[in-house]
Design a protein around this ligand. Structure first.
Ligand SMILES: Nc1nc2c(ncn2[C@@H]2O[C@H](COP(=O)(O)OP(=O)(O)OP(=O)(O)O)[C@@H](O)[C@H]2O)c(=O)[nH]1
Ligand SMILES: [K+]
Ligand SMILES: [Mg+2]
Length: 457
């Protein structure tokens, strides 16, 4: 851990400014070697950088010096804000690579050092990763809260409560001859039961934080040529999927990410559903249809597209998929003169649907209504996300569930008869909570958490 690392921390490519980060014991010497001085800590200074090997000027750069421990990693850190040109960046990399004791950083290594030095705990590291990849406002709010330690604080406060209960029980274990007053035993059991209820309620969140982090999954399904890809393109405001009059155009799943008023969605266009029995040539299309059905099954919301030209016939394979999470879209309304009475349609075979709308993917009529239906459904599904310190990953869920399971076992034990058993279950429950911030079992978790990081972070 004693080597000094460096990396370009801004995205590669031509830009106004590129920022290098250098972290480790050699960081201060590095800046002296490049600029001839060591600037005042935490004050930006414009300095000329020269390659120490041949004294050639590389750039004039804004230099920041953060002596340990007041830095992102907790080590000595230098930031070089250079002009973001390819030759400048290459020149800095060449100069830094040639210095002894310096090496290029690995993916996530700066953050890993921040974690190792206690600057960030594990759930805060996750919050940082989420913040960097946040695409919408709601995602950003949620990530910021987690980065600020909201989730760690919550699990820590539960841990403190368990610690107090445990202290009482350990007193019972240490002084077995003294009779435990009945009222204390009852109170301890009540405290455990209360925490069980709170944790169960907390876990019963319908995955709202995970949904916000990943984006809501939306699948567009329907018969070939119903206009699914056309609809995707209108919603995405670009030609993301190929549209043609040929039935069976879309074979694979085509995904686009949408930001609907701050709500993130992943919209998936799928292959048209049709019966391919007896068609020996259709293996690829069959695989497409299998994928379409899998997407529909996993989606938070479905849009089922029907072609109004077929009315009153409704494609049976699509109709099969219509349920309460489905928004039915009757498409190509520009092609027909007389719209069916939607109230009647709603009372008939489509009664299971959440909503039925007539639209045209060609002239975009009805799209405002469709978007507002999508938005209100997203609002419902994501209520509460970004406000309370929510669970954003399955890792958190598993830890809280393990804690709950241990508490339930503890509830079974009797304080007077089995204090040791009870104490052990409480310790296990605390251990599970400790995994949220990465205070225990950390080696098992690091790979999972740092997997998403790239170089320079
Ligand atoms: N007039 C009219 N034509 C439409 C509308 N929506 C789609 N089309 C046309 O219908 C045909 C099929 O559209 P696609 O978007 O490719 O249909 P799809 O459901 O994705 O078809 P597959 O991928 O083959 O399953 C194309 O010729 C589109 O131009 C619409 O609202 N009005
Ligand atoms: K088509
Ligand atoms: Mg298509």
């Amino acid at each position: 851990m004693n080597d000094t690392i460096f990396a370009l921390s801004t995205a590669a490519g031509v830009a106004g400014v590129a920022v290098f980060r250098i972290s480790g014991p050699q960081a201060g010497n590095t800046i002296e070697a490049l600029a001839g001085v060591r600037p005042v800590p935490r004050m930006a200074r414009l300095l000329s950088l020269r390659d120490p090997v041949d004294s050639a000027e590389i750039d004039r750069a804004l230099v920041l010096w953060f002596p340990a421990p007041q830095s992102f990693t907790g080590e000595d850190v230098v930031e070089l804000h250079v002009h973001g040109g390819r030759s400048v960046v290459a020149g800095v990399v060449k100069a830094l690579s040639a210095m002894s004791g310096l090496r290029a950083a690995e993916a996530g290594e700066f953050t890993r050092r921040a974690f190792d030095n206690g600057k960030l705990d594990l759930s805060e590291v996750e919050g940082l990763a989420d913040l960097i990849s946040a695409e919408t406002e709601a995602q950003r709010r949620q990530a910021l809260r987690q980065m600020d330690g909201a989730l760690s604080n919550l699990s820590e406060s539960w841990k403190q409560r368990l610690l107090r209960i445990l202290a009482h029980i350990e007193a019972v274990i240490d002084f077995p001859d003294e009779d435990l007053p009945e009222s204390v035993a009852v109170r301890l059991q009540q405290d455990v039961s209360k925490m069980i209820a709170e944790l169960a309620r907390y876990l019963d969140d319908e995955g709202v934080g995970e949904r916000l982090r990943d984006g809501l999954a939306l699948a567009i399904v329907g018969a070939p040529n119903a206009g699914k890809s056309s609809l995707l393109n209108v919603l995405a405001k670009r030609d993301a999927a190929i549209v043609s009059e040929m039935a069976g155009t879309t074979r694979d799943v085509v995904e686009v990410h949408l930001d609907l008023d701050g709500y993130p969605m992943t919209l998936a266009d799928t292959a048209g559903l049709r019966d391919l029995r007896g068609d020996g040539q259709a293996a690829i299309e069959a695989e497409g249809i299998r994928r379409a059905r899998a997407r529909a099954a996993a989606a938070d919301m479905k849009i089922a597209v029907f072609d109004l030209n077929d009315w009153p016939r409704l494609d049976p394979a699509t109709l099969d998929l219509v349920d309460a999470s489905t928004i039915v879209v009757l498409n190509k309304r520009d092609m027909i003169d007389l719209l069916p009475d939607l109230a009647q349609v709603r009372a008939g075979p489509l009664r299971a649907a959440r909503e039925v709308l007539a639209i045209s993917a060609r002239d975009a009529s009805g799209m405002t209504d469709l978007i507002s239906v999508l938005r209100s459904r997203a609002q419902e599904l994501l209520t509460g996300a970004g406000e309370a310190p929510v669970i954003t990953r399955s890792r958190h869920r598993t830890a809280f569930e393990d804690c709950l399971a241990s508490l339930r076992r503890a509830q079974m034990a009797n304080v007077a008869d089995d204090p040791e058993l009870l104490a052990e279950d409480l310790r296990l429950a605390m251990r599970a909570l400790g995994r949220i911030a990465g205070r225990v079992d950390v080696e098992d978790l690091l790979d999972v958490v740092f997997r998403d990081f790239c170089i320079g972070k």
